[in-house]
Design a protein around this ligand. Structure first.
Ligand SMILES: [Zn+2]
Length: 266
């Protein structure tokens, strides 16, 4: 089995002490490639450094370059210059993560909107895929994407946690969907068990969003609350069961989808 974790925060301080061991465990679990998420200019540089340092070793590491809505208040003209420069590096496979998060509003909404649109423009200019984040902002997010979608190559709504209406709208907009261990959460993710059936195989990818979103139903429960890419097979199993298909079939289709989406070889 060969699977791709399309979103993992490998640059997070939770992995600072033992990233090498984390990646070895991921490889043993069948994770052939990981896309390290960039969440700020320094964070994106760090994600790229991890990818670059691991070049030619397994699992393959790629990265994204972008500014998460939580960090949108740090955004300025120099940020676009820095992101454009990072995007020229071969390990950087997408712009993002970028989007809107009106759940926590760590950055003011006006800053989030400006920062998001600038990154969509950058992705269009560079003809790169976009790695999108949306939380509690479905209406505004959709409005912006409707305007930009025709100019974008490919775009994935990562860690989709929304309702049926949002999913239908995103599929209409020809977006890809990333599913995390949120689907394993019996308190707030059970609606996804039904919804993942509606995602065409060539638009569905899987991710851990590690170190966040440790699947709640893992038994035995990992001692640490830290999520890791090695738990991606648990997400795969849950999504496959929900879709009524084999783990092997979903592993193959989600890997092919990720390879085509990020234009990488795995
Ligand atoms: Zn996110």
């Amino acid at each position: 089995m060969k699977i791709v974790d399309i979103g993992s925060n490998l640059g997070n301080k939770a992995f600072r002490a033992d990233l090498g061991a984390v990646l070895e465990r991921a490889l043993e679990a069948g994770v052939a490639a990981i896309v390290a998420t960039g969440i700020s200019v320094p964070g994106s540089r760090h994600a790229w450094e991890i990818a670059e340092a691991r070049r030619a070793r397994a699992p393959k590491i790629f990265s994204t370059a972008g500014i998460h809505p939580h960090h949108a208040s740090t955004f300025g003209a120099d940020a676009v210059v820095a992101l454009r420069e990072l995007c020229a590096r071969p390990e950087v496979v997408a712009v993002g993560e970028c989007g809107l998060d009106f759940d926590r509003n760590f950055s003011p909404r006006a800053d989030q909107l400006r920062c998001f649109e600038a990154q969509l423009e950058l992705a269009a200019e560079l003809e790169k895929p976009v790695f999108l984040h949306e939380r509690a902002a479905h209406v505004e997010f959709t409005k912006i994407l409707e305007r930009h979608r025709p100019k974008l190559a490919r775009a994935v709504v990562h860690c989709f946690t929304g309702e049926a209406e949002a999913l239908a709208r995103y599929l209409d907009l020809d977006l890809h969907i990333g599913i995390t261990g949120w689907i394993c959460d019996e308190r707030r993710g059970t609606h996804l068990v039904d919804l993942v059936r509606r995602i065409p195989a060539d638009r569905l990818m899987i991710e851990t969003d590690a170190p966040y979103i440790l699947p709640r139903d893992m038994r035995p429960k990992p001692e640490s609350h830290r999520n890791e890419p090695m738990y991606l097979p648990h997400v795969l199993k849950t999504v496959a069961r929900a879709r009524g298909e084999s783990e092997g079939a979903l592993a193959r289709s989600s890997t092919e989808t990720a390879k085509a989406f990020f234009a990488v070889d795995v």
